[in-house]
Ligand binder design. Sequence first.
Ligand code: OAD
Length: 248
Amino acid sequence: MSGGIDARLAGAVRRAQRVAVLTGAGISAESGIPTFRDAQTGLWARFRPEELATPEAFERDPRLVWDWYEWRRGLVAAAAPNAGHRALARMQARVGRFTLITQNVDGLHQRGGVTDVVELHGNIHRNKCFAEGVVCEGRPDEGERPPRCPRCGAPLRPDVVWFGESLPAAALARAEAAARDCDLFFSIGTSAAVYPAAQLPVTALQSGAILVEVNKDPTPLTRLATFSLLGPAGDLLPRLVGAAWPAE
Ligand code: OAD
């Protein structure tokens, strides 16, 4: 089903007591961070993220992969949360139980005011040891690219989930519990193509929740969604939150 922001949708959002939200790269697109499945620009245009975000790529050419993440870190550092991130922080303040699950590694939800974020794919600001997986706090010495683990000397890698790797178990368990136990689930700015994250909206639907999708383009979820809002999240989410809780 599809439609705009009407009274039925605004009422469903206002009445919801347990809300779970899944976000993807689309919510940060209006902050200037490229999504995964849109074309890259400039220097990196000839690489596909799927070719760089793998353990095999890092083993083959650690500097290339490190430098790509350094480029993404630079974009994230220069970016600011947008109106979509901020609208979700306002929603958090209004809803009894609110769980924000993200596939993004950019930390923009936290900077936008959401206090508890379930990060399914890690965080680009952290590094961990490629050999042992131990997280390395702080910014490592920049002498070498990639820098080395201070404990064992193996190269450091970003603490993000790469293709072919498992998701952090605790984060996935929290996300699945929230999907099973919500009355309203939002899928926002994700192509719903990468599992297990893409299963979460389906789990919520099967558990009886209302599913609201917000995306610039249709996805495989669109035909399943109870409400589908087609357009930019930075425009639609503030309008939806404003319609659900009009200023008193
Ligand atoms: P994708 O790049 O696959 O999808 C982004 C989605 O956002 C698309 O459906 C776009 O149409 C939509 N979109 C773009 N701009 C938007 C806007 N302003 N407002 C609303 N929607 C917009 O990104 P993800 O679904 O996040 O995983 O990708 C999932 C995972 O695949 C990523 O976390 C990453 C990647 O491989 C790992 O790195 C493990």
